[in-house]
Ligand binder design. Structure first.
Ligand code: MLC
Ligand code: AMP
Length: 508
């Protein structure tokens, strides 16, 4: 049997291929057969550009329906899709993109106009092209290709995508996801969340992450439903379009921003059957305020780049604030103590997961992969939680030093290394402090070199030229020294307490 994910999606939507898939406000309606023919043309163009089965296709482009067709084309041709956050930079001072290209060694790189020259000179041996544009662009080259393409035969364990997640060491790791990982998770979610062909999902997430690309798009395509395809999340635009939708998926910031709009209420949500939240903790206060304002109980679920979705509050039974629900069918979740022994219900420990959704390892990092899996095949998520007596998981924190800002992960180590290399800086610590909009706001605590006085504005503006804007600290504080424990390790918990209090004082 062909395990190719495109084959699975196609089997589910083919019967209604003349139906709309993407409704683009102010733009065209894209039907399933448009996606099928355009992805076929792009698949031919990728092969003509020199791609062979298993090659990586790195993509850093703005959200568009053609970008979704490119993802499908990559699946169909047996290539490995590598989406990149559009905030990652390439310039003389910025080496975010070069790292991914050196590590993944893509055969084709599809980029935006403004980075074409820089990437072409960086990667002379790859085929580098824009998605849109003249005959040199990928769509230009696809234009005269056949609209029929025989989806390649893939085995369940063949790679479908590599998604980079940053690491606590500051070095990003490519999570290798197979056709089986993505397909099994998608089938489970369609079933658990009750998706049908009548659904219209309001899609305002970016499509370079698990949430927007896999969870949202796969659920819709597997049931032959539709997506209201918005370029990004903007609260007023979302409110204008919610009355045509039945489902919305978002990170908690989407929900707090909607609640900040005075004209958001039950009338706007009349047609909605399900609001889903994930990628970061949904505060119980937001859960309650949303219910009070709209009558809707947000369904919170828990996932990761490496695993797709692991647990979910139920569609029919009670959804409990501050929990992420029971494990999804087929996924095994356990809580373990420091020695790896299972914790009883109600005891906090490390969350480990196993199942067909769990990735097969980090790209070209066998040792790191080995460290992150237990001998009996469980993946160590780096999250801390407790299993409640009713079988619902409650996430209480993270063992990994990571900040989640507006649903995007920031690894302090990477930012600290950048700040420490600036002139006038002796050392730094980067922490997340509670933020009403972003959940956590990246904050730097800096010890200046004796006799120097770097400014907050200088540090922020230098960092903006070197790293993606979402990673740049929103605030920089200066101190004479950093608190350390007896081992000499910086006590980030002390800093978090100190600056969280300060942040709350400021916002009051
Ligand atoms: C943008 N900025 C951010 C930011 N997003 N800063 C911190 N955190 C973020 N998440 C920067 C902008 O570049 C800009 O910088 C400044 O902050 C103000 O931007 P904004 O207008 O407030 O941002 P906006 O464009 O509205 O974006 C915010 C957002 C967006 C929350 C809508 O970040 C978003 O769509 N987040 C969703 C991320 C997501 O899909 N996560 C899923 C990961 S998958 P400047 O310098 O220009 O002022 C995963 C697994 C799972 O985690 O379980 O799902
Ligand atoms: P990423 O590496 O971007 O895939 O982020 C995955 C991480 O996001 C997880 O390891 C969790 O720390 C966090 N996360 C995802 N969903 C939730 C949730 N519902 N509640 C709390 N944390 C979450």
């Amino acid at each position: 049997m062909n395990a190719n994910l495109y084959g699975l999606l196609h089997d589910h939507f083919a019967e209604h291929a003349e139906q709309p898939c993407l409704l683009i406000p102010g733009g065209p309606v894209i039907h399933y057969d448009d996606l099928d023919s355009t992805s076929a043309r792009i698949a031919h163009a990728l092969l003509a550009a020199g791609c062979k089965i298993g090659d990586r296709v790195a993509v850093q482009v703005d959200k568009s329906w053609e970008a979704l067709a490119l993802y499908l084309a990559s699946l169909r041709a047996g290539l490995v899709y590598l989406p990149l956050n559009t905030g990652y930079q390439v310039s003389e001072n910025a080496n975010e993109l070069p790292y991914f290209f050196d590590d993944a060694d893509p055969a084709v790189i599809v980029c935006r106009n403004d980075t074409l020259d820089a990437i072409t000179s960086l990667r002379p041996h790859a085929a580098v092209m824009t998605l849109h544009g003249d005959s040199g662009s990928l769509l230009g080259q696809a234009a005269d290709k056949s609209e029929v393409f025989d989806t390649v035969h893939s085995r369940p364990g063949d790679l479908a995508a590599i998604l980079y997640t940053s690491g606590t060491t500051g070095r990003s790791k490519g999570a290798m996801l197979t056709h089986r990982n993505l397909g099994s998770n998608a089938l489970t979610l369609v079933e658990q969340w009750g998706f049908t062909r009548g659904d219209v999902l309001l899609h305002s997430l970016p499509i370079y992450h698990v949430h927007g690309l896999f969870v949202a798009c796969h659920c819709v395509m597997l049931c032959g439903g539709r997506m209201l395809w918005l370029p990004k999340f903007d609260a007023k635009t979302v409110i204008a379009h919610l009355p045509q939708a039945t489902v919305m998926m978002g990170v908690p910031t989407f929900y707090t921003r909607l609640l900040a709009e005075p004209d958001f209420g039950p009338e706007v949500c009349k047609t909605i059957r399900l609001f889903v939240s994930g990628s970061a903790p949904l505060l119980p206060d937001t859960f309650k305020a949303f219910k009070a304002r709209t009558g809707h109980v947000i369904l919170e679920r828990y996932g990761m780049t490496e695993t797709g979705m692991n647990t979910s509050n139920p569609l029919v039974e009670e959804r409990i604030a501050g929990t992420v629900g029971p494990p999804l069918p087929g996924v095994s979740v356990r809580i373990v103590g420091p020695e790896g022994a299972p914790c009883a219900a109600g005891v906090v420990g490390a969350i480990e997961v196993k199942g067909p959704n769990v990735f097969v390892g980090y790209w070209r990092m066998p040792e790191k992969t080995g460290e992150e899996f237990t001998a009996d095949g469980y993946f160590r998520t780096g999250d801390l939680g407790e299993m409640l007596p009713n079988g619902y998981l409650r996430i209480v924190g993270r063992a990994k030093d990571m900040i989640i800002s507006g649903g995007l992960n920031v690894y302090p180590k990477e930012i600290e290394e950048k700040i420490d290399s600036l002139s006038g800086v002796c050392e730094s610590a980067v922490i997340g402090v509670p933020d009403a909009d972003l959940g956590e706001a990246v904050t730097a605590i800096v010890v200046p070199e004796p006799g120097t006085s770097p400014s907050e504005a200088e540090i922020i503006s230098t960092l903006k030229s070197e790293i993606a804007a979402f990673k740049v600290p929103k605030r920089v504080h200066f101190v004479d020294d950093l608190p350390r424990n007896a081992m000499g390790k910086i006590e980030k918990s002390v800093l978090r307490r100190r600056y969280s209090a300060e942040n709350q004082d400021v916002s009051r």
